[in-house]
Design a protein around this ligand. Structure first.
Ligand code: BMA
Length: 334
């Protein structure tokens, strides 16, 4: 039996926004059921969010009727105005091969808005990278081989190359089950990717017993690239939870610091979760409970870091922390 973790708590230095969630289905002017796992960044003086909108049929939770990607804009990163139509909707992208796009992640590089996303196809799960033009059109630059997802881009080139974190799904070499890790890749043009290296294995995270992967795109600090990751633990005694007959996983957010010059090197990682499901909207309400999944992280001039996350695969939330406190957590040797 793998080790289980009955009690996981969020770090004391993090504060959830008191009026969470910051976006949910009631805010959406078109068909929407679950609004979550958004990518959020600052772009041309505004906060820009592209969120996942799973449209579930009447009382029917699975399979999902459609997944749209919606666009929302904000002046303060808290109150959002949602565009009247989806940014990408089923009709725009479903081909014979591609089934759906989801889990968008936004990064501005040299003033250009980039989006990473997951793509489900008939032949596996892929990670995509593209450029968004005029907040209207996605130009796809590359789609990986399966199975890979959770891609996030660094906000600048490193050693002259675009750099991303990603999460391939090796199965045979990992004992035939979920044992997934965080990887690193670089590209001269967002199309051809190489320099692949392991960043962190699931076995290095003391509160994970299943898999880990990137979460929000990294932010630059004096001490290193600060970045969240998602971490999953399974407890077979967990039963009915949310909309599924049995949901045995819990998703927490972790935090780590990567070397500025070579971000495939981990300088430090907090040994406990940064955010663990604790509130009603993370634990007791929603479609798939016990899920925290960060997709956006913004460093403000004041030193405040805004961390945006999907809760229970149902709503989008915000938590904040001081950048120096986050760095200290990662470097704490305890
Ligand atoms: C993962 C992804 C995420 C989701 C999580 C929990 O596999 O599908 O989008 O938040 O599961 O359901």
């Amino acid at each position: 039996m793998p080790k289980v973790f009955p009690e996981l708590k969020s770090a004391p230095i993090i504060t959830r926004y008191e009026n969470n969630p910051i976006l949910s289905k009631k805010d959406i002017p078109y068909e929407a059921t679950c609004i979550y796992n958004a990518g959020i960044t600052k772009y041309e003086g505004k906060y820009v969010m592209i969120f996942r909108d799973d449209v579930r049929g009447d009382g029917q939770m699975y399979p999902c009727k459609a997944i749209h990607l919606g666009l929302a804009i904000s002046d303060d990163g808290i109150h959002w105005s949602v565009a009247p139509k989806p940014f990408l909707s089923a009709d725009d992208y479903v081909t014979d091969e591609i089934l759906r796009f989801y889990d968008p992640r936004l990064t501005v590089i040299d003033g250009v808005l980039h989006m990473c996303f997951a793509v489900d196809t008939h032949h596996g799960v892929h990670g995509g990278v593209g450029i968004i033009h005029d907040l209207e059109k996605l130009e796809i630059k590359s789609i990986s081989a399966p199975d890979n997802r959770n891609m996030v881009l660094f906000p600048e080139k490193i050693g002259g190359l675009y750099t991303r974190l990603e999460r391939p799904f090796p199965v045979y070499s990992r004992g035939g089950k979920d044992r997934f890790d965080i990887w690193y890749a670089q590209s001269p043009d967002l199309k051809f990717w190489g320099n692949n290296k392991l960043v962190m294995g699931v076995e290095h995270v003391p509160y994970a017993n299943d898999k880990i992967g990137p979460a929000a795109p990294p932010i630059k600090t004096e001490k290193g690239w600060l970045t969240t990751f998602h971490s999953v633990d399974i407890d077979q005694t967990r039963g009915k939870n949310g909309w599924e007959d049995a949901w045995k996983k819990r998703y927490c957010a972790g935090i780590m610091l990567l070397d500025l010059e070579d971000p495939s090197k981990v300088i430090g990682m907090y040994k406990e979760p940064l955010l663990a499901p604790e509130t009603d909207y993370e634990v007791n309400e929603g479609m798939r409970q016990n899920v925290i999944f960060p997709g956006g992280m913004i460093l403000e001039d004041s030193g405040e870091v805004k961390i945006y996350y999907g809760a229970s695969d149902t709503v989008e939330c915000l938590a904040t922390a001081d950048v120096n406190d986050l760095i200290k957590l990662c470097l704490d040797k305890k």
